[in-house]
Design a protein around this ligand. Sequence first.
Ligand code: C5P
Length: 404
Amino acid sequence: MTQVPALLNRRVVLGVSGGIAAYKAADLASKLVQAGARVDVVMTRSATEFVRPLTFEALTKRPVHSAAIEGWSDAAFGHITLADEADILVIAPATANTIARLAQGAADDMLTVTHLSATPRGVPLLVAPAMEHNMYHHPATQANLRTLQERGAWVVGPEPGRLASGAVGDGRLAVVERILAAIEQALGATGPLAGRRFVVTAGATREALDPIRLLTNRSTGKMGYSVAKAAIRVGAGVTLITAPTEIEPVYCATTVSVESALSMRDAVAEHAIGADVLIMAAAVADYRPTTVAREKIKKTDDSLTIELTPNPDILGTIETPGTLRIGFAAETTDHEANAVGKLKRKNLDLIVMNDARAAMGSDVNALTLYYRDGRVETIAEGPKTDLGDTLIARVADMLRIRGG
Ligand code: C5P
């Protein structure tokens, strides 16, 4: 796993309560440690029936708090030290009983006293429920979750699927990647883009020829997704308008799935008005087949000619008063002249230029930024994940300079 800067050196208190999903908390602890976080695990008594504390001790290289109450020593004051040092309190899995105890403000074990001690200090609480379908949907559990949310808690999942009982329903612990993304989001919620609304497009549009065939391009969506994730990590609310991709979703974005340039244009028109920032990282097809055959086009011995119609230029035609407008230019020749031409033609505040051959499908990229005011900045080759963070830092600067 790549190093996630958002988790580097962050202090995570991971509360594990007693459900069968407790075994998945071991994977979560491991991934948090791999991402550079310091993880202190607090287990309820029933959690220790499912997974031994030693498992977490081995993964986190730190003592696990599994006694109901801990004594005070010179080095640490039990729950007070944990709460004092925490950047976030994550409860995964959170059983119906533990959710009820949190909502009630119970203080009958290390997990609940840590909760009571931590949240008044401003430590964000993130709860990942996991339980049987009916328990989750019980009005009491729903009311308890609402209570926690009203107090500012983040709730991630549960997800529908196969439950430990064998039944299918709601109650699976959210996948670990989703919980990690939610932790990053919660940690960054007060960041420089807090309260800002971003619309990001990504991926290669698909233009149908017939019910089976389509025209598309080699863009993978990695750059757009990394920009979206980076914005979320520093507090932005992101709507991601995405053409189909093969890459891991951006879990904490509002995702709008589209296929063609026309459907992307409609989605951008619906969501971008009033946004603080529009970032068009999608590789939009310039043309689409003039007609889409209703049935599969049959092979003939003759050559086949496909007539194409230009697609609308989404950025070039959509008006977004007050929105910071950022485009991408993937070029193979005359890089600078093409990029600057697009900056002007599409009325952009910034165009991010990269070499199309080097960038498409690759995990690394190098960027040149051309700003509306004529400034030019080069960003040396690096992983697209890091470039997303760099680009978002520039966007935060632009918003700050512009004010409002
Ligand atoms: O003109 P070109 O396709 O190179 O411009 C690239 C920029 O314009 C990208 O930000 C892309 O998402 C956007 N674009 C668009 N609508 C199109 C084609 C490109 O918004 N039809």
